[in-house]
Design a protein around this ligand. Structure first.
Ligand SMILES: Cc1ncc(COP(=O)(O)O)c(C=O)c1O
Length: 404
């Protein structure tokens, strides 16, 4: 078999745009034009009024939580199968994560289990599009609206995914995206807030930009008027913020990636299809179920491995065999967040003992998520050459046949 290599990640204008940033005066979003260009292009492409660039898809979540009014001791519901960042952002907003169990087939938050978790302290729901698949937003929004709770879309893994014809990012009150190294659009590290709500956009801008008072929902540049800025009497800050800004270099790379977003997303979808076809009707590998009316953009292909019960072969041994045959190693799903030591050992409680004194999480809290997490194989989809995906999928198919 010929040795194929995954083509480079930058096949477009990345280098050209980076040079332009280097040649320019401002390497920061406070004065440059690449970040604002990226914000405008991304929000236009997804379909929202405002885009606010951040340095990660975690700082976005932190800002979004504060922007929608989450504060000390409030509760934020997030799914029990997702990365730790939905929880850590909640802790950083001085709030309490509450975990909603998932649906076994879609791996996403199960709306049937949502409403019973709502208390007078619930202020927001973070709905995650796991592996590129939208959660059931009609039902989530119905419950959220009934109880006056904000919905934050976490679309770190879902660029151009759709739900019943609507693009993710345009459905909830505010949406978060990540441009981290492994994501559909990547610039190493980066993120974006999208919203139609001017107040939320401006709050996010200020939360992520040192609380400069002249920041606006639609513009992150602060040094536009030299006379004003150079005056010693000028007061700059009217709110508390952090520095979560995206640098201009990062924005330039993300901009070049965004120009090719259709191609990048299609490659993930096509790669996933190649693996789904290779799995076929295998009864011990069950891919994430994409319901009718949803477009999954497959950040990764999530597959449940049932070979422990059906074949007597452990998850790890199946993986070992696949890699030995030349397959790409697949990842396991991250632990459910509340069983990570930072949460299970109550490390978080140190930051605000009075709020977290009685907050406890334990094994068995969300049984479906705990079971499915142990089964999931996250198959790679970021092949930039479909022939390479086919080679790897063929190896998986041979392994399946061996055990049939
Ligand atoms: C679902 C989800 N949310 C949030 C994040 C955090 O994004 P970042 O790594 O850009 O901070 C990630 C990235 O790993 C993610 O997959």
């Amino acid at each position: 078999m010929s040795e194929l290599k995954n083509p480079s990640k930058y096949l477009g204008n990345e280098l050209k745009y980076l040079e332009k940033v280097l040649e320019g005066e401002s390497w920061s979003a406070t004065g440059g034009s690449w970040t604002i260009g990226l914000e405008q292009a991304f929000s236009k492409r997804i379909g929202t009024k405002y885009g606010v660039a951040f340095n990660s898809g975690t700082s976005t979540l932190h800002a979004a939580l504060e922007a929608v009014g989450v504060g000390v001791g409030d509760e934020v519901i997030s799914p029990a199968l997702t990365v730790i960042m939905d929880s850590t952002a909640t802790f950083h907003a001085n709030a309490i994560p509450v975990y909603c169990d998932i649906d076994e087939d879609t791996f996403n938050l199960d709306p049937d289990k949502l409403e019973r978790l709502i208390t007078p302290k619930t202020k927001a729901i973070i709905a995650v599009a796991l592996y590129g698949l939208s959660p059931d937003y009609d039902r989530i929004l119905e419950i959220a609206r009934k109880h006056n709770i904000a919905v934050i879309e976490d679309n770190a893994q879902a660029v151009l995914s759709t739900y019943k014809g609507r693009t993710l990012g345009t459905i909830g009150d505010i949406a978060s995206f990540s441009f981290e190294n492994t994501k559909h659009i990547s610039c190493g590290e980066g993120g974006m807030i999208l919203t139609d709500n001017e107040e939320y956009a401006e709050k996010c801008r200020k939360l992520g930009g040192h609380g400069f008072k002249n920041l606006r929902a639609e513009d992150g540049r602060v040094r536009l008027n030299a006379d004003m800025f150079q005056n010693p009497a000028y007061k700059r800050h009217d709110s508390l913020g952090w520095n979560y800004r995206m640098p201009e270099f990062t924005a330039a790379v993300a901009y070049a990636q965004l120009e090719r977003v259709d191609e990048l997303v299609q490659l993930r979808k096509d790669s996933a299809k190649v693996f789904i076809d290779a799995i076929g009707d295998c009864d011990f590998l069950i891919p994430q179920h994409t319901p009718d009316g949803y477009v999954n953009t497959y950040y990764s292909l999530g597959v449940r491995y049932l070979g422990e019960e059906k074949l007597g072969i452990s998850w790890a041994d199946f993986r070992k065999e696949y890699v030995k045959m030349g397959g790409d190693g697949y990842y396991g799903a991250w632990s459910v967040p509340y069983l990570e030591p930072v949460i299970s050992d109550k490390v978080f409680a140190k930051r605000l003992p009075s709020v977290y004194e009685n907050v406890e999480y334990h094994e068995g809290l969300c049984p479906v998520a705990e079971r499915v997490q142990k089964q999931i194989m996250q198959m790679k989809t970021n092949y930039r050459d479909l022939e390479l995906a086919k080679q790897k999928a063929d190896i998986l198919n041979k392994l399946i046949e061996k055990y049939r």
